[in-house]
Design a protein around this ligand. Structure first.
Ligand SMILES: Cc1cc2nc3c(=O)[nH]c(=O)nc-3n(C[C@H](O)[C@H](O)[C@H](O)COP(=O)(O)OP(=O)(O)OC[C@H]3O[C@@H](n4cnc5c(N)ncnc54)[C@H](O)[C@@H]3O)c2cc1C
Length: 249
């Protein structure tokens, strides 16, 4: 059972980080969808809801999305989906249900770095950066390789490239986590693929337009064997190429 001694509502990000770093067991609260399943005692829980991190802002160059934006907000945001080939709609629509997606936050999803994450898989094929209190603005790919540490995810930034992107995945049953997920962006001279739920965290693979062969490192778990996942990679990559090339699928 989750037990919380105190909840605080800091009014600045500096205050939030100071409170977080006072005890290594202190935690930031996102939507609490994952946290509430944990059996831990949190001396001081830091709620970010007074920090105005709940907006999706658009400029000519990029989207800036606050950590407290929910997955549902990203799923239904038209400008965001129009700019990136409905990647968010396609990636988020099968995550459990609308009520859950109305709670789960972008910050909690990024910080958690789950191997099965559809959120990270969708974002990694785009030109995406994460802004955290400790690291400033770094690429999402770099962030996924960092060890867990006390930090606050503030924003993600997605560059508007005008390139075609797509997301696809396989679930053994609806609402389950993915057995494999995959995303792709087509550049002038190469495809950038991102394969997740291998079952390890999503990884980026680049390959030329005329030679789409990916050497994806897969493993086995209760949702599928290594061999099954390797077959799925072939199928999902073919599906993505059709999508970003504009063919019917
Ligand atoms: C039953 C279930 C099924 C799920 N299925 C899927 C799925 O199919 N696909 C998928 O992609 N995801 C899935 N998820 C994960 C979900 O989408 C969220 O990623 C997850 O719930 C975390 O988001 P949250 O806002 O609830 O974070 P919380 O539970 O509040 O926090 C999770 C962790 O992140 C930390 N944290 C939260 N916000 C921040 C921040 N801004 N900065 C630093 N640290 C922070 C917390 O301290 C905690 O350690 C599932 C979750 C559950 C519970």
């Amino acid at each position: 059972m989750l037990r919380i001694n105190t909840i605080v509502f800091p009014e600045t990000i500096d205050e939030a980080y100071t409170l977080l770093s006072k005890n290594k067991k202190n935690r930031v609260l996102g939507g609490m969808i994952w946290l509430k399943m944990e059996d831990i005692q949190i001396p001081c829980a830091i709620d970010l809801s007074k920090l105005s991190l709940d907006t999706i802002e658009e400029t000519e160059e990029e989207f800036k999305i606050g950590a407290m934006v929910t997955l549902r907000e990203m799923e239904i945001n038209e400008p965001l989906n129009k700019s990136f080939g409905n990647v968010f709609k396609d990636a988020f629509k099968d995550i459990v249900g609308v009520q859950m997606r109305n709670m789960a936050t972008l910050g909690g999803s990024i910080y958690s770095r789950f191997g099965f994450s559809d959120v990270i898989c969708a974002l990694l094929c785009l030109e995406c950066e994460v802004e955290t209190y400790k690291h400033g603005r770094i690429s999402l790919e770099e962030f996924t390789k960092l060890d867990y540490e006390q930090d606050i995810v503030e924003y993600i930034y997605i560059k508007k490239t005008g390139l075609q992107s797509a997301f696809t995945c396989v679930r053994n049953s609806s609402t389950d986590i993915c057995t494999l997920n995959a995303s792709c962006t087509k550049y002038e001279d190469h495809y950038k693929f991102c394969i997740g739920a291998r079952p390890a965290i999503a990884k980026v693979y680049n390959c030329p337009l005329d030679d789409v062969s990916l050497d994806v490192l897969c493993g086995s778990n209760m949702r599928g064997s290594k061999e099954y996942r390797e077959k799925l990679v072939e199928g999902l990559v073919t599906r993505l190429v059709r999508k970003v090339d504009g063919d019917a699928c």
